[in-house]
Design a protein around this ligand. Structure first.
Ligand code: I3S
Length: 128
């Protein structure tokens, strides 16, 4: 792609299904509630949608599916966190506002790719 499109338009970097639980909101600890989530990395944000498979076909037409929540990756911290769960392949994402999420996949290659991609976005934002 041209340098122009890379610098101006937020591009879709990655999308897929992960298990997700929010464990803190504004620094306040929350009770875990794991759920499958459709995760989209676009521009500087990680956007969460409800698991499309859990929805009716009509509720997930383009433009019809609204995000459940979204995370600004600027200044965020990313760490492997297998000690925070009995599940394997868990990492923790902490935003500057003190929201914390655990993300997980049973598939090693899937979680590694997500970790690496999110990590590179955070590093890019740190350099800006
Ligand atoms: O870290 P915890 O508290 O052991 O996490 C487990 C619990 O949140 C549990 O919920 P209840 O305590 O409401 O039953 C969840 O069902 C588990 O999935 C949590 O542990 P894992 O190890 O799956 O993250």
């Amino acid at each position: 792609s041209s340098p122009d499109s890379e610098s101006s338009t937020p591009e879709l970097e990655k999308a897929g299904l992960l298990n997700k639980t929010k464990i803190a909101e504004g620094g306040r600890k929350l009770r875990k509630n794991w759920n499958p989530s459709w995760v989209v990395l676009v521009g500087n944000s990680l956007v969460f949608f409800k698991d499309p498979k859990a929805q009716t076909p009509s509720s997930w037409k383009p433009g019809n599916s609204k995000p459940e929540s979204s995370v600004d990756l600027r200044g965020a911290q990313l760490h492997w966190a297998n000690e925070l769960s009995s599940k394997k392949n868990v990492f923790r994402l902490r935003t500057v506002t003190g929201n914390e999420f655990l993300l997980q996949s049973d598939t090693d290659s899937v979680i590694k790719e997500w970790y690496n991609t999110i990590h590179s976005v955070i590093e890019r934002l740190d350099r800006e």
